[in-house]
Design a protein around this ligand. Structure first.
Ligand code: 3PY
Ligand code: MG
Length: 253
């Protein structure tokens, strides 16, 4: 992800809430840089998540997983399956953000559980077939922790949160954040735009990435040109529905 951002200025991805392995393969021909396999709202079990991660990697996209919460089970199954980015929703306290780093990173940053699983080719990938200490360091660099800023509490403490060791960036959830601020989906409201600027500034001052969801291409472009390092544009369920609605109405005239 960092290489893509360095090369292209920003990365473009999308959320997957209904897609399967074949759709992910297909999406790799679109120019998308990353896909977010959404296990917070989507129907994916551990096996499907793994298959979708492989499909994304095969097509040259970065597989990111949004886990459901910050528990050992949720984070471990995603990193063991080979997720290269972890989005964690609805966090409130600074301690919850610390827990993300603790569960996703090996020592000396955290205490991720060890096994050379699928994400490392069972230890056979060249970067994984190395002494344990080096393997742990490589894993820490390969998995980006991108917890979400989408609660009022997280926004209030964002300057402290972005300085947590082992947090690589913040993913802004505009819908939940705007709801938390009492201005649901009012994305032009100064209260919302100031919140986004605050998170972005905090991230960049701490040398961390700032990413965001955008509901449309125009919003995504605006966010990226405004300095977001990555934008996740759209959700497959909406993109598919809109594309077919357009197709049908064009045929019907
Ligand atoms: C939100 O907007 O709340 C998200 O979590 C990302 O779409
Ligand atoms: Mg959200």
């Amino acid at each position: 992800m960092k290489e893509i951002i360095k090369k292209k200025g920003y990365a473009v991805g999308t959320f997957l809430g209904i897609s399967n392995v074949q759709t992910v393969e297909c999406l790799s021909y679109t120019g998308l840089d990353f896909v977010i396999i959404d296990t917070e709202h989507g129907p994916y079990d551990t096996e499907t998540m793994g298959d979708m991660i492989s499909a994304a990697e095969k097509g040259g996209m970065v597989p990111v997983v949004r886990v459901a919460d910050v528990t050992h089970k949720e984070i471990q199954r995603a990193v063991d399956n080979g997720a290269r980015g972890l989005i964690v929703p609805c966090l409130k306290t600074t301690d919850e953000f610390k827990k993300v780093a603790e569960l996703a990173k090996f020592a000396p940053i955290g205490n991720r559980g060890f096994i050379k699983a699928r994400g490392s080719g069972y230890g056979n990938e060249p970067w994984a077939a190395v002494p344990l200490k080096e393997y742990m360091k490589n894993c820490n660099e390969r998995v980006l922790t991108l917890p979400q800023c989408e609660t009022a509490e997280a926004l209030e403490n964002i300057e402290e949160i972005v300085r947590i060791e082992g947090i690589d960036g913040i993913f802004i959830g505009p819908f939940d954040l705007s709801i938390a601020l009492g201005i649901p989906a009012e994305f032009d409201n100064p209260k919302f735009t100031e919140a986004v600027e605050r998170v972005k500034k905090a991230c960049h001052e701490a040398g961390k990435l700032c990413m965001m969801f955008s509901g449309s291409a125009a919003e995504g472009k605006k966010a990226a040109e405004g300095g977001m390092d990555a934008v996740a544009v759209g959700i497959d369920s909406i993109v598919v529905k809109e594309a077919y609605s357009r197709l049908v109405s064009e045929v019907r005239g």
